[in-house]
Design a protein around this ligand. Structure first.
Ligand code: COA
Length: 260
C-alpha cells in the first residue's frame, strides 16, 4: 500500500509510520488523517506487524497541528464533523491492541499533541515542543485534546496549557507526565521506542491488548472499569499463552508466546 503523506517502513515486526509533509511541518490535512485511519485500521489484521511507531518527517516537527488552511469556510456543522472525524481516527490508535509509541521529534502542537496523546506511550527528543495553542486562533482542541491532556496531566496543568496556549519543552512535558521518556535526539528517541516495543513484543499479545482496554476503560464513563478488568482477566485464562506463561515460570525458562 502506498501513501501520499505517510512513509512506512517495517522491520522486526515494528512498523514506523512517518507523517511526511515536511514543508508544512507535517500538519494533518484531511488526506493525511484519512491515510492514518487506513493504516491504523489494517494493523490488527496484518500478522507481520506486532507494534507501531508514529513520528514526523525531519527534525523540526512531529505534527504542527491540524492543517489550519482547511479551517477556512467551515461552518458549525462542518466543524462538528471535522472534530468527530479526528476523534474517531485517534480513538482507533488509542484502542489498537498492538502497542503504538509516538516518537515526538519537534513541534507537537494542537492536533500534533493530540495525536501523541492518543498513542499508548510517548518518547520525546530533546527538541520536542508541546502545546495546545488553539485559543490563539479563537478555537479549542477538537481531536480529543481537552480530554486526554486532562487525563494525562490533571485538570489544573491541562487548563493552564489550554488557556494560555503556551508551549512547553520535552523536559517540562516529562515532569508533567505528558511524555514517558526524553532522548537526546530523534535517532535516540527512535531507538528507545524500539527497545520498549521489543520488550512489549515478548509478552503475550492478548494480555497487551487487554491492559490497553482496561486502562482506556478508566476514562469511559459508561463502563465499569473493574468489570472490564475482571472479564479480561478471566479471558486471559482461556488462552494458550497463559498456559505457556505459567508453565514456563514453573520450569524456570522464558515463555514462548504465540498470540493464541
Ligand atoms: N497548518 C497549516 N500549515 C502550517 C501549520 C498548520 N498547523 N503549521 C505550520 N504550517 C506551515 C506554515 O504555514 C508554513 O508554510 P509556508 O512555508 O507555505 O508559509 C510552514 O508550515 C512552516 O511554518 P512556519 O510558521 O514558517 O515555521 P516557524 O518555524 O516560523 O514556526 C510554528 C513554527 C510551529 C511555531 C508555527 O508554524 C505555528 O505556530 N504553527 C501553527 C501551530 C498551531 O497553531 N497548531 C494548532 C492548529 S489547530
Amino acid at each position: 500500500m502506498s501513501y501520499k503523506n505517510l512513509k512506512t517502513t517495517l522491520s522486526d515486526g515494528i512498523i514506523t509510520i512517518e507523517i511526511s509533509r515536511e514543508a508544512k511541518l507535517n500538519a494533518l490535512n484531511g488526506d493525511t488523517l484519512d491515510e492514518l485511519a487506513e493504516i491504523i485500521g489494517t494493523l490488527s489484521q496484518n500478522l507481520e506487524v506486532k507494534a507501531a511507531i508514529i513520528t514526523g518527517a525531519g527534525t523540526k516537527a512531529f505534527v504542527a497541528g491540524a492543517d489550519i488552511s482547511e479551517f477556512q469556510g467551515l461552518n458549525e456543522s462542518d466543524a462538528y464533523k471535522f472534530s468527530e472525524r479526528g476523534q474517531d481516527v485517534f480513538a482507533l490508535i488509542e484502542n489498537c491492541h498492538k502497542p503504538i509509541i509516538a516518537v515526538v521529534n519537534g513541534f507537537a502542537l494542537g492536533g500534533g499533541c493530540e495525536l501523541a496523546m492518543a498513542c499508548h506511550i510517548r518518547v520525546a527528543s530533546d527538541e520536542a515542543m508541546f502545546g495546545q495553542p488553539e485559543v490563539n486562533l479563537g478555537i479549542i482542541p477538537g481531536y480529543g485534546g481537552t480530554q486526554r491532556l486532562t487525563q494525562l496531566i490533571g485538570k489544573g496543568k491541562s487548563l493552564e496549557l489550554m488557556m494560555t496556549g503556551d508551549m512547553i519543552d520535552a523536559h517540562q512535558a516529562f515532569q508533567m507526565g505528558l511524555v514517558n521518556h526524553v532522548a537526546k535526539d530523534k535517532l535516540e528517541a527512535l531507538t528507545k521506542a524500539r527497545v520498549l516495543l521489543q520488550k512489549i513484543m515478548t509478552k503475550a499479545p492478548f494480555a497487551i491488548g487487554a491492559v490497553i482496554d482496561c486502562a482506556n476503560a478508566v476514562f469511559n464513563q459508561n463502563t465499569d472499569g473493574y468489570q472490564v478488568e475482571a472479564t479480561a482477566f478471566a479471558n486471559a485464562f482461556k488462552t494458550q499463552d497463559f498456559k505457556e506463561g505459567s508453565k514456563a515460570f514453573i520450569e524456570k525458562r522464558k515463555p514462548k508466546f504465540r498470540g493464541t
